[in-house]
Design a protein around this ligand. Structure first.
Ligand code: HEC
Ligand code: HEC
Length: 268
């Protein structure tokens, strides 16, 4: 009985690995950038920029995917382990991990996003130093892990203990702030498709993050994008990984439900 059970597990793992190799979960081809009334930023982006995103060789975000894969396999810290030591050769073996975060962490009593989970694993399982939030290493490992869920639908849970955090994120999203006295919703719910200065407003969906931004000439986290949007209306930006931003991330990840994970997307 036990042996049979193990056989099934092995079979499942091999199937996942093979689907990765065949590029089924992982290919930019045949991605559908809409779900219900939700549209990815891709559909508001110039064709040339989309073409860059679609071509894994031209997409500058793929340098981070490669670096992230190397970090996944790199032994670091006092325990002499890598992520791969416990989780196997590719992070796709962690089922749909790129679609489900932020998740509720019972030990912390609050939400935790993927960047924070990576640092928790480094600390508790490897005895390794945390990565700085916006560092190349953190961006690379996060992009690599999200990319392994590319094409899969965004699917955060908002039930049970998550409810108050979801409500806090929703409130933040709809609250007017800054000298311009605007909420996220004023731009990304009321005005997608309209121009604001030189920019075409999208629905402000998070499914392409971390994203490669041509303006930044590098990849950046979703929280960096939040800070930019807060600063544009002369509102106080919150810290990377702050509770406010993690709850906001939860809310907009729910808003993006069903949209495909696109990281690393390419944006203006
Ligand atoms: C004054 C208008 C304005 C406000 C207010 C605003 N943003 Fe944005 N946001 C933009 C512009 C312009 C862009 C770049 C073009 C686009 O994707 O809409 C952008 C982009 C984004 C993106 C990237 C979308 C993509 O596909 O690349 C996200 C995510 C986002 N905003 C979230 C937010 C959140 C969350 C808030 C509230 C904290 C917010 N924005 C407030 C104007 C705004
Ligand atoms: C010593 C073994 C070990 C190492 C090393 C390790 N992990 Fe884990 N990891 C686990 C175990 C066991 C769990 C399940 C229990 C938990 O969440 O702590 C887990 C859970 C996770 C989860 C949550 C999965 C989910 O379904 O939500 C993620 C994400 C993760 N690990 C990523 C990593 C990354 C990234 C690294 C390397 C930086 C890493 N782990 C290193 C053992 C390990």
């Amino acid at each position: 009985m036990k042996k049979h059970f193990q056989g099934i597990l092995m079979g499942a793992a091999v199937a996942v690995a093979l689907s990765g190799f065949a590029g089924i979960a992982n290919s930019a081809e045949k991605m559908v950038y809409k779900s219900g009334d939700r549209s990815s930023g891709y559909t508001f982006t110039a064709k040339e920029t989309n073409a860059m995103q679609d071509d894994d060789i031209a997409n500058p975000g793929f340098l981070y995917v490669d670096d992230g894969e190397a970090l996944w396999n790199k032994v670091d810290g006092k325990a002499g382990k890598s992520c791969a030591t416990c989780h196997g050769v590719e992070s796709a073996l962690l089922t749909d991990v790129g679609t489900r975060y932020p998740v509720y962490n019972a030990k912390l009593g609050k939400m935790q996003n993927l960047e924070q989970k990576i640092n928790q694993e480094r600390d508790e399982k490897m005895g390794a130093k945390p990565y700085k939030y916006e560092s190349g290493s953190m961006l690379s490992l996060t992009i690599y892990m999200k990319n392994q869920s590319r094409g899969k639908p965004m699917n955060v849970s908002i039930d049970g203990p998550v409810v108050p955090f979801f409500e806090a994120g929703k409130k933040f999203y709809n609250q007017r702030r800054g000298q311009l006295d605007m909420s996220c919703a004023n731009c990304h719910v009321d005005n997608p498709g309209n121009m604001i200065r030189a920019n075409l407003l999208s629905q402000g969906q998070p499914n392409g993050f971390p994203a490669y931004r041509l303006k930044w000439q590098k990849a950046g986290s979703l929280h960096r994008r939040f800070r930019g949007c807060n600063k544009n209306i002369r509102a106080k930006p919150y810290g990377y990984g702050s509770d406010e931003y993690v709850n906001l991330e939860l809310y907009i990840s729910w808003r993006a439900r069903g949209l495909p994970v696109e990281s690393p997307s390419v944006r203006m």
